[in-house]
Structures are given as C-alpha cells and as structure tokens.
Write a protein that binds this ligand. Structure first.
Ligand code: ADP
Length: 192
C-alpha cells in the first residue's frame, strides 16, 4: 500500500497536488476538509459540530476527525491513500499510526509543500473570489495560519523522527511541484 501524507499550510496547494497524485498512482484521496464541508452542506449532526470550528478557522476536535478516518479504513482492496489535511495534530498522527499498524501498514512518505506566508494569503484571498469559501476571509485566514504554526507544525517533527519527511518548493508552477513530489515518492518512499 502506498500511503502518502501531503502536508503544508492552508493554501500551499495540497488539494491541487492530491488530485494529480491520486490519478498518477491510483490512490484514494482522503481530505478531512472536503469530508467536513460535505457534512456541513448536508447539515448532518457531525456537520453542525464541525461548522462551529471551521467558521472561526479553528481545528475540529481530534475525536471527531479521527472517527471519520476510521470509517474510511473499512474499505478493502485499496492501493493506498493520499492524506490531505490530516493529521493536523500530533494526537491525530498517533491515532493514524495505530490504525495503520492495525492493518500492518504504514505511512510511506510525508511531502511538505513550502510556500511563503505572503503567497499563502494571496492564494486564499484569490480562492475566496472563485469558490466563495467562508473561511477564506482575511482575519480567518490569518487565524488558520497561526493554528497551523502552533498545532499542526509539530506533526512535522513527529514524522521527521521516523525519517519520512521530504520538503518540496511549493512556489513553483503546478507541474514542476508535481514532478518534484513524484521524484521524492519514487526514490524515497519507505514502502516497496
Ligand atoms: P486548508 O488546508 O486550506 O485550511 P482544509 O479544507 O484542509 O483547508 O480545512 C478547512 C478547515 O477544516 C480547517 O481550518 C479545520 O477547521 C477543518 N479541518 C480539516 N481537517 C482537519 C483535521 N484533520 N483536524 C481538525 N480540523 C480539520
């Protein structure tokens, strides 16, 4: 199983690159942000809980997000996952690791998309005009970046300790970023 963790701040291009990756390697895309937005659109009980946090640019509680992921693991015969926007806390990373151990699998590689803060804000404000996401508003974007630095960045050290982290320059054109990601996966994945 090829399990790829795509990591980076909001606006770093994880969604865009995930789509290219699932096509190229035949994987399943697992975006907690997409799943949570779907729950909100369908006004499910889980969606109502999530909305409260997402609207403020805060993280949805770990147990809520972890339960979503657990459900996805029930699927059989998968080639692997692209994890996009998960894990976002060290607690989520530990939960993910134990779920994977349970099925005798592992995270094969973590790709970090590096983009400057100015560029992130520019991209998200631009996305707001196109997609109209409520959390793409300047004060909320700034909070999301702060939450990333405080709560999510520690996840990097967690996987660095496992020797799985590879950094890619996310300021390049989309195709160049993709090429660099594939190069790292093809040469440095810990799963053969
Ligand atoms: P972005 O990467 O641009 O912030 P996402 O779609 O990944 O966008 O996430 C949007 C929001 O959904 C986050 O700000 C957060 O509130 C919530 N969310 C998504 N994934 C998680 C997660 N793994 N843990 C907690 N909250 C999450």
């Amino acid at each position: 199983m090829l399990n790829i963790l795509l990591f980076g701040p909001p606006g770093s291009g994880k969604g865009t690159q995930s789509k290219l990756l699932i096509q190229h390697y035949g994987l399943k895309h697992l975006s907690t942000g997409d799943i949570l937005r779907k729950e909100i659109a369908e006004q499910t009980p889980l969606g109502r809980i999530a909305q409260h946090y997402i609207d403020k640019g805060e993280l949805v509680p770990d147990e809520v997000v972890i339960s979503i992921i657990e459900e996805m693991f029930a699927e059989k015969n998968l080639k692997g996952f692209v994890f996009d926007g998960f894990p976002r806390t060290v607690a989520q990373a530990k939960a993910l690791d134990s779920m994977l151990i349970g099925i005798k699998k592992t995270i094969c590689i973590m790709i970090v998309l590096q983009v400057s803060e100015d560029e992130l804000i520019k991209r998200l404000l631009n996305r707001a005009k196109i997609e109209g996401r409520k959390d793409d508003e300047l004060s909320i974007i700034e909070n999301r970046i702060k939450v990333y630095q405080n709560q999510t960045a520690p996840v990097l050290d967690y996987y660095k300790a496992q020797g799985k982290v590879f950094i890619v320059n996310g300021m390049q054109p989309e195709e160049a970023v993709f090429k660099e990601i594939c190069y790292n996966i093809d040469n440095f994945s810990q799963c053969k």
